[in-house]
Structure formats: C-alpha cells, structure tokens
Design a protein around this ligand. Sequence first.
Ligand code: FES
Ligand code: FES
Length: 167
Amino acid sequence: MEPRQRVTLTVNGETVSREVPVRLSLADFLRADLGLTGTHVGCEQGVCGACTVRLDGRIVRSCLLFAVQLEGAVVETVEGLTASGELRALQAAFHERNALQCGFCTPGMLLTAADLLEASPAPSREEIRSHLGGNYCRCTGYQAVVDAIEVAAARTRTPTPTGGGER
Ligand code: FES
Ligand code: FES
C-alpha cells in the first residue's frame, strides 16, 4: 500500500489538512479531495496548462507537483479567484469575445492571463501569445483568446462605471 502523509496548506483562503498518498498530485488533491474541479487535468505532464493554479503568488502546473510538497503553501484556484472577483474582467471579456467553447482550457487560460496582466497591464498581442504559449486550446482558436485578454487589459487600465474594469 502506498505510504501516506499529512499535509496542511491554505487553499483559497482556508486552511486544509489531509492525509494523502505521497504520490498524489496537487491537481488530483484539489479535484478529488477538495472538490475543486475547476482545475482541469489534460496531459498530466506539464504541457497543456489546463491544471494551472497559483502557488504562493506564482502560477504553476498542479499536475507536476505532489500534494505533500505543499506543507504551509498558499494555493489559489479558479474557484477562489472567481469568488474574490479577481478574474471578473477576464471572465466577462472571454464570454463577450467567444474565447471559449467547451471551456476545458479556460481556467488555466484565465489564471495565466491574470498573471500576465499583473506583470504587464498593457501587453502587446505578441506578449499575450507568448505568455499563453503553454496553454493549449483544442476548440476555440487563439485569436479570440488574445482579443479577450486585450479587452480585459484595456478595461482594467480604464475601469468603467459598470464594473467591467475590475479584476
Ligand atoms: S494537465 Fe498539467 S499541464 Fe496538462
Ligand atoms: S475551449 Fe475547448 S479546449 Fe479550449
């Protein structure tokens, strides 16, 4: 039987403590143990970006980490960032610009785009494409995704009275 180990970390602002198999990935821990199924699992080898989450303020591939590595860490997922409103402008722009179809890639896209806009509030289309180079989409095509991020960036720089500028 696979050894187990207790890990205690903060996920979306709440302390969670679980005894887990030592080889359980962070992605599977979030989905199966915590029910946070907005983090998707595609390639399971760090290539597609569907499992992107924020760890101690930086985006990471949660399929490449073991949950037991994260003692004391702070993890934020698409659910937490949605609840806090941090993704609101991006989510609105993705919706308006038809930047998703099945939505499988979308949580990873949103977290990666938020990471870009935090570092670069007015990115060029080339910068957007480059930053999202590790996030694959099987259905939409990237044009609409880049459009949406451009729109969200512009609104974030110039907030509107309707609230569309919040991020
Ligand atoms: S599932 Fe983690 S990068 Fe594809
Ligand atoms: S919207 Fe389906 S994979 Fe991107």
